[in-house]
Design a protein around this ligand. Structure first.
Ligand SMILES: [Zn+2]
Length: 408
């Protein structure tokens, strides 16, 4: 494939192919799909990296043709140019693009975007359609990812589910019979801003929001505050016997703990000093990646995910502060999940986003604590998302499919 900008997807981020035979398409009409055998383009337009995914409408579902990650172009004409290279001779019947921000769903105009401010006031679908000669539709990035998890990912067999995304921010989506419950004003799902009125000031202006407690940005901030507060060299006042070892405190082996085996266990075995060294090294590495920003392919890793990853790696190395911080995160999250269950009684909860990547330190404790703290609640299964970073691109494919005419 012709390279597009900087891109180096590893095998762990390859787009998960949808599960054949189980897709719930967004089209409700009976009869053969008029675009069967044709392709659709999904674009997940992010603040740092963007994903391009070409899918073929195949039977009742979709088949991956190919996908690619690029550093986010800084203008829509530049994005169109990247798309042309990606497509080559392929002519998709329609394209969908996510928008990282508030979208007027009637006109397609971007009302506000924190991550990509220059998008505000533009109409990405109109501009891409005009530049490429392909019908286009725009969709909110979080809604797209949730719709994809519901139709093609972990929720594909559930009729009533709640998708919780734990990233830089925290967002939720309630999907019933394949339809996203948008609310009377299209503003539903802001679980990250359910506030207690006490605690940290949130970016939304309230105090004590879930996002201001455990959102990716806040977690990274709390972690750096914790690191800054501690003495840099371990002193004699540090009681090694109270520093939990990996074996004593890890909730158990999980898929992520094995994948982190290269950096963490050796330090955990050799004691607190080496563990601190690993923590510092991890933090330095994460910082370097963040600073690389849009300059390199590693920028595809979100800042908050790096922050969360650094905390998880420190916890795996036995760092008591990291273990305490993650314990607080999972306790808070379990109470929030019980609130969601009490309010909407979903049949399934799917948890995705960078913060949820660790089963050992995030997902498994959340599931356990939610069950422990439940009283009257009818607890649904709580499962990890399946589409990973490609959920938004698949959601854009779904939006493109739903927007194509049902007959020619
Ligand atoms: Zn808030």
């Amino acid at each position: 494939m012709t390279p597009l900008g900087h891109s180096a997807p590893g095998t762990h981020d390859l787009p998960a192919p949808p599960h054949a035979g189980h897709q719930r398409t967004t089209r409700s009409s009976a009869g053969p799909d008029p675009v069967a055998g044709r392709t659709l383009l999904g674009i997940d337009y992010g603040g740092t990296s963007s994903k391009l995914l070409l899918a073929r409408v195949d039977g009742d579902g979709f088949a991956l043709v190919r996908s690619h990650r690029i550093v986010t172009p800084r203008s829509l004409p530049a994005l169109a140019a990247s798309i042309r290279v990606f497509l080559g001779p392929d002519r998709p019947v329609a394209l969908g693009t996510t928008v990282p921000g508030l979208l007027d769903e009637t006109t397609g105009t971007v009302l506000a975007s924190t991550n990509v401010p220059w998008l505000t006031g533009l109409n990405p679908a109109h501009e891409l359609s005009a530049a490429l000669g392909i019908p286009a539709v725009a969709v909110h990035d979080g809604n797209a990812a949730a719709a994809a998890e519901a139709a093609l990912g972990a929720g594909r067999e559930s009729d009533d589910l709640f998708v919780l995304a734990l990233g830089t921010g925290i967002a939720g989506a309630h999907i019933v019979d394949g339809e996203l419950r948008r609310g009377a004003h299209g503003a539903a799902g802001e679980v990250g801003h359910m506030a207690s009125g006490q605690g940290r000031l949130c970016s939304c202006g309230q105090r004590g929001c879930l996002e201001s407690a455990i959102g990716g940005t806040q977690l990274a901030t709390r972690w750096s505050e914790s690191r800054a507060a501690r003495p840099s060299p371990p002193t004699t006042t540090s009681p090694p016997t109270t520093a939990p070892s990996l074996d004593a405190t890890a909730p158990g082996p999980g898929p992520d703990s094995s994948s982190r085996a290269e950096s963490a266990p050796a330090a955990a075995r050799t004691g607190t000093e080496d563990a601190h060294a690993v923590v510092e090294a991890n933090a330095e590495g994460a910082q370097a990646v963040v600073e690389a920003g849009t300059q390199g392919a590693r920028a595809v890793v979100e800042t908050s995910a790096e922050g969360a990853r650094a905390v998880v790696e420190a916890a795996s190395a036995g760092d008591p502060a990291a273990i305490t911080l993650l314990d607080e995160v999972t306790t808070t999250l379990s109470h929030s999940l019980l609130g969601i269950v009490a309010l909407i009684d979903p049949g399934l909860i799917v948890i995705g986003g960078g913060l949820a990547e660790s089963r050992t330190w995030i997902l498994d404790p959340v599931v356990r604590k939610t069950a422990q703290n439940a009283t009257f609640h009818q607890l649904p299964p709580i499962v990890p998302a399946e589409l990973g970073i490609w959920a938004g691109a698949w959601g854009a494919v779904l939006a493109a499919h739903a927007a194509t005419p049902t007959s020619h």
